[in-house]
Design a protein around this ligand. Sequence first.
Ligand code: BF8
Length: 675
Amino acid sequence: MAEEKEKAAKVSKVADPVKATIDMATQEMIVRSQKMGIETIFDRAESMKPCNIGLQGTCCKNCAMGPCRLPLPKGGIEGEDTRKGLCGATANTIAARNFLRMIAAGAAAHSDHGRTVAEVFLAAARKETDDYKIKDTVKLVAVAEAMGIATKVEVDGETKDRDLDEVALELAELALGEWGKMEGTLINLKRAPQPTYERWEKLGVLPRNIDREIVDIMHRTHMGVDQDYRNLMLQGARASLADGWGGSMIATDLQDIMFGSPTPLQSEANLGIMKEDHVNIIVHGHEPVLSEMIVAASQSKEMLDYAKEKGAKGIQLGGICCTANEILQRHGVPPAGTFLQQELAIITGACEAMVVDVQCVFQNLANVAKCFHTKLITTHPMAKMEQDNVIHIQFDEHHAMEDAKRIVKMAIDNFTNRGADVMIPRHKATQIAGFGVESIQYQLGGTFRGDYYTLNDNIINGRIRGIAGVVGCNNARTRHNEAHITIVKELIKNDVIVLTTGCNGIACAMEGLLTPEAASVYCGPGLAEVCETVGIPPVLHLGSCVDNSRILLAATEVVKAGGLGTELKDLPAAGSAPEWMSEKAISIGQYFVSSGVYTIFGATFPTTGAPVFEKHLFEDMLKMYGGRWDYEADPILHARKMIAHIDAKRKELGIDKARERVLMDMADRQKLDAV
Ligand code: BF8
């Protein structure tokens, strides 16, 4: 094991824990990793700096004559921009092609996740598996109707509910068809406000099918094909819409139908959720089809008894990344941390098994696991690791529970192999999570008013200044969680309610922002009053990154409720990814922009070397879609830009002056009559 630690510690420089993260648990674990000589991402970020030309988006390696590197000259471009690659590709073409390939990869990741869910849903609808069932029949009917499936039948002149098994089967086949259908455009696009749909139609960006738009990008960005950044970006919009209103939306809808739609629940967050006297299993990745089974297996009497037999008090399940968010939202399983904390969960010395599927999984986990007793288990056929200590248990929906029990049993058997050197940081925070389109409607509108009226009313009267969607990753090039927390606190201080997903949701939970009590501590008076009256946190956790589709639909509900314009572009709303790093974030950002949302990124922006192309994203898109890209690394300025946008929209809507409702007496009425 000493030899393994030596291998794991190859860094020439180590990180300063306080500069690396604002989170105490993470700081403590970085110190521990360094004392043990185990390298983490925080150290690697010190020893390896990023390539400046790649950062600017102007390195082309799409053919073997390159890479052609076109850095922005110091002091910028004066006069004509004469930079060219060997084939003559300009900086704009190169940056646009690179940007598009990020959209393709992001849309592919989300949408392939959606396809897996649709396949499992089809197996459940065909009754080929006993492990997956339709849990939420109300949502089944709602989604089927939204996608144009009849849920009623005429029998002998009477209208009756259609058999739900039949509806589920039709929905499964229709949904799965969205990936490769030969004609038409994606069905869910019609769930957007009508003028937005018409705008997409006019621009010619309605996606034809999900797979085709991704393949189209790979063709169009091949050497010598599309050489106009404006035309390239039309395809960027098309593919991103195929993600947000296609693959991601289908993933969220079908997951809710199979596993249950989230409702508000209490949980905790951070590494302190792990327990010294329990078998600790960490699930990490994105697809909830297996983790749903692991939750059920780890709560089964059979497994709990077995854990006790082995000397443990129970089984503590925790999550990292979006798998964490999926099982948090539906079962209250606590996240052990964000993207940057994955190695640290193993370094506690108390992780019996880490079970990973796809996306955001560090290959270095295998090197860290070698230093401990932790079993690192890959489960997805497309995501294996080359290191020999990694176990692959391929998950199959037809015997899902069997696979899950095998994994949980392996973790329990490993409990007795745990070493004496265990350190679980004490830090954790309470959170209320489990929000969604339906639960926001219920929390804010109740059964009395089944719509977003209360939210709109409070936006119009100025108690709530606007809505922000703050989402996305951590990025090891910035201080862990600092921008997430600073931006969200600045927004809620200014009465902007925040909808969160992904690692931002976990970061906010770790900071204690996902509690109703946070309202009186951090919010402006208007938002605090609403949160206290209704009993909700000022930051509402809507789930994983594919669940950003919930934000699209929640915003659409706000439009439908009235009084705030006719499209998402009219709303006093803004989107942000403060610490993004993933290609998925670019796809999400583009579908928000294409849907009419002002979207600002922090950390870095991948087009700074191509100012003309960047202007297309930052300015021209506003005229085309009503939304646009923006970039600001400073968290306070970043939040202020969002607030300025929200204020501009309030002004356009004529709600920039607070209009408190007052009870009128007879004298007031007489004054009104006299006007
Ligand atoms: O999909 S926020 S680091 S975990 S990519 Fe990854 Fe980014 Fe976290 Fe989830 Ni989303």
